[in-house]
Design a binder for this molecule. Structure first.
Ligand code: ZN
Length: 135
């Protein structure tokens, strides 16, 4: 069994992380956390806390990375929505059993040390959905 706990974060694809951060800091007065490069996903990440959840700004570190490809196709903007679950292994097993199309059948490393897995947009009505479990 697993439970969906909350919207963990909203992932936003940006061309230039420093530039994008300025809007949230200078205009909205928000306070970003540190940056992290996740080599596996070819991405540089910055989380910005927003009360109970966060915004995740994502800049590609390679022209063939998933964020670069997303921007090429769609332009900058919301790339995924992440839901916090209390047991990602159980969530993936359950979704698999229900025949839900998954991008990741096993959890992998996500920024900030989370365990994450993506659900295919074809299974969710068009949204790239990330499941995230944090210890
Ligand atoms: Zn994310």
């Amino acid at each position: 069994m697993f439970n969906v706990l909350k919207v963990d974060h909203i992932g936003i694809a940006v061309k230039d992380l420093e530039q994008a951060k300025k809007f949230y800091t200078d205009v909205l007065g928000m306070k970003p956390m540190g940056e992290e490069v996740v080599e596996q996903q070819k991405v540089k990440v910055c989380f910005i806390p927003t009360g109970d959840s966060e915004l995740e700004l994502l800049e590609s570190t390679a022209p063939d990375g998933p964020i670069a490809k997303f921007i090429e196709k769609n332009g900058e903007g919301i790339q995924h929505v992440a839901l916090r679950v209390d047991n990602i292994e159980a969530a993936l097993a359950d979704l698999k059993e229900k025949g839900v199309r998954l991008i990741d059948e096993k959890p992998r490393y996500g920024a900030g040390g989370a365990s994450i897995a993506f659900v295919h947009p074809k299974a969710t009505g068009g949204i790239l959905l990330e499941l995230s479990e944090r210890k």
